[in-house]
Design a protein around this ligand. Sequence first.
Ligand code: CA
Length: 239
Amino acid sequence: MPPVTLLIVEDEEAIRDMLRFSLSTADFSLLDAENAEQAKHLLATRIPHLIILDWMLPDKSGIDFLKWLRQQDSLSHIPVIMLTAKAEEESKIKGLMAGADDYITKPFSIVELIARIKTVLRRGLLISPADQITVRELCLNIANHTVSIGQHILKLMPAEYKMLHFFMTHPNKIYTRDQLINHLYGSTVYIDDRAIDGQVRRLRKKLRPYGYDDLIQTIRGSGYQLVNTQSKGSSREKK
Ligand code: CA
């Protein structure tokens, strides 16, 4: 099984170092960012299994970042555990915590944090059957970030996963390259049109051995579209 990747968003270096050290000894793979902007850049290419998010960040509050995250099609499913300062009132935290899966008050014990992480991840795995998106035999599992066709597991790069996830959740609609950049990376990150073409090309190459390379079609002069011809009854995009 691939390691579970955690993203730590925390501006205090000492806490970041402590978390990185203690969580990597617990077999987690770690990414870290010291502010919301850095975290967004990271999320453009990597999709962690869980985010540990500090409440007080220098550029944007953790809550604002969380709201942003929940509006991103390809990121909104990622569970979040918030780190809060002891000074915050419990009731206030709960009220504002909409969108977080759990929170832990500083100072906290690393043992407790690991227990919370495991509980939140397990909750994600339990709901996994409903969190599958399928197009014919192609199956994308949101909870454990795997893509399979029949018995075969596809090895996708995070950016390819993200793109496939977007297309599978928005079938039979044409998206321009600019729209795709916005949906996949947000408007704050600069990405060239040709990067989208390259990503589609790589994705098709990985789908080709299974006869799925025509899934994402090029619409001349417009952009790209996932064509799901079997989506009569189950499509969410019914006209
Ligand atoms: Ca802080």
